[in-house]
Design a protein around this ligand. Structure first.
Ligand code: NI
Length: 185
C-alpha cells in the first residue's frame, strides 16, 4: 500500500486502505485540514467491485430529483444515477462517432399516400446492412407503424434515420439512439 501524508491542499493517498465504515477498499485521495484532520474524501469505497461515493447537492434540487425518479418508478436513487451515467456515456459515444452503435426508428405513415410504402421499402433495401430488423403493424385501414432496428457506425445510422423520417408522407418519425451495451456495466 502506498501512503503519502500531507496537509492543507495536499492529500493522503488512500489507495489500498481499508474504509472503516464498511470495510471496503479505498481508492482515491483524502483531503486533510491544516491541522491534519480529514475534512473530505475524494475517493471511492470499493466492495466486491461496487463503488460507494458521496454526492453533494442543494436540498431543493435533491427533492425535485427524488420526486421525479419516484414518478418514473425508480426504487432508489442509485439506480436513477446509474441510468444517468449510462445515458451520458451513450451520448458521448454518439457524439464521438466511434464504435458500433444501435438505434431504432419509428415511423407512422399512410400507406395510401402516393408510392410512399414502396419508397420506404426501397430505402430499407438500400441500407440492408444497417437495418437488421423491421416490425410492421397495420394500425388501421390507412395507417402503418414501422419500427426499424439499425446497427452500425453512429454517423451512418443517424443519416439513414434522418433520411427515413424525412421521407415525404411520413406523418411522424422518431429516432432513438442507443448502444450495443458492450462498453456499459
Ligand atoms: Ni401496414
Amino acid at each position: 500500500m502506498s501512503s503519502k501524508v500531507g496537509t492543507g491542499n495536499t492529500g493522503v493517498n488512500t489507495s489500498g486502505a481499508i474504509h472503516t465504515k464498511c470495510s471496503g477498499v479505498m481508492r482515491g485521495v483524502a483531503r486533510t485540514s491544516a491541522a491534519g484532520g480529514t475534512v473530505s474524501i475524494r475517493g471511492r469505497c470499493i466492495v466486491s467491485g461496487v463503488v460507494r461515493f458521496g454526492v453533494s447537492a442543494d436540498d431543493r434540487l435533491l427533492d425535485r430529483f427524488d420526486t421525479l425518479i419516484a414518478e418514473k418508478g425508480y426504487v432508489n436513487r442509485s439506480e436513477a444515477v446509474r441510468d444517468l451515467m449510462r445515458a451520458s456515456l451513450v451520448e458521448e459515444q454518439w457524439m464521438s462517432g466511434e464504435g458500433e452503435a444501435v438505434g431504432t426508428v419509428t415511423l407512422v405513415y399512410d400507406h395510401h399516400a402516393s408510392d410512399l410504402a414502396e419508397r420506404l421499402t426501397a430505402q430499407q433495401h438500400t441500407h440492408h446492412h444497417e437495418i437488421v430488423s423491421t416490425l410492421h403493424v397495420h394500425l388501421d385501414h390507412d395507417h402503418c407503424l414501422e419500427v426499424l432496428v439499425l446497427r452500425g457506425a453512429p454517423h451512418a445510422i443517424g443519416r439513414i434515420a434522418s433520411e427515413l423520417i424525412g421521407t415525404k408522407g411520413v406523418k411522424h418519425g422518431k429516432f432513438v439512439a442507443t448502444t450495443t451495451g458492450q462498453d456499459l456495466v
